[in-house]
Design a protein around this ligand. Sequence first.
Ligand code: ADP
Ligand code: MG
Length: 240
Amino acid sequence: RKSVIRITTGSQSLDELLGGGIETSAITEAFGEFRSGKTQLAHTLCVSTQLPTNMRGGNGKVAYIDTEGTFRPDRIIPIAERFGMDPAAVLDNIVYARAYTYEHQYNLLLGLAAKMSGEQFRLLIVDSVIALFRVDFTGRGELAERQQKLAQMLSRLTKIAEEFNVAVYMTNQVIADPGGGVFISDPKKPAGGHVLAHAATIRLMFRKGKGEQRVCKVFDAPNLPEAEHVFQITPGGIAD
Ligand code: ADP
Ligand code: MG
């Protein structure tokens, strides 16, 4: 692998849990219930990735694929200010795209890969990675096709991560009511099945704690112990 960079999450304890921050050349999956902080961490990483490497940033641009319409440019402003950065400059370095179908999502990845060969990107966010697959493949009979298309998308993400030394941060909302029995909240049988679990280098499970507190637990990381830590969601982004 190319020289791996670790990008701060904004929380010291979360960084420690991750061995220094989220890794380039790797895929980090955040899964967890609604409002557990997955998208807030995405916003924080949009800013911290642009910090110089001696400030635990990635000194690079950010690509953001949004399938749920939950990116808030206004949210970037106080986070940039917290890190002592110019909000307008930070926003300029976020290449944002809204995806409406899984095919659109895949084509956006192809376009971004072309862009990344010309400019230094250090983070690719896909929030969320499988929401559109849930919409576009509804029937049980379509499960095999869905898993095949999902695998194709994930292999593309792996390729981008490794080729451009980019940190891929993808989110996966776990649905409490399984309905068809495919999407269940057992972390050992994650939504998207084993296809998704195997693609991720590291998997983080988020859940709500008291008030604005959130809890993050590391799963399936080859070099890290399975531990958990508390973090907070603040106006300035993720913090201790
Ligand atoms: P998920 O993507 O996991 O569904 P989010 O990352 O969107 O969840 O987290 C939503 C939560 O973030 C809200 O419930 C709120 O607690 C917190 N939050 C959002 N914006 C702010 C803010 N400006 N200041 C503090 N907390 C915030
Ligand atoms: Mg979200």
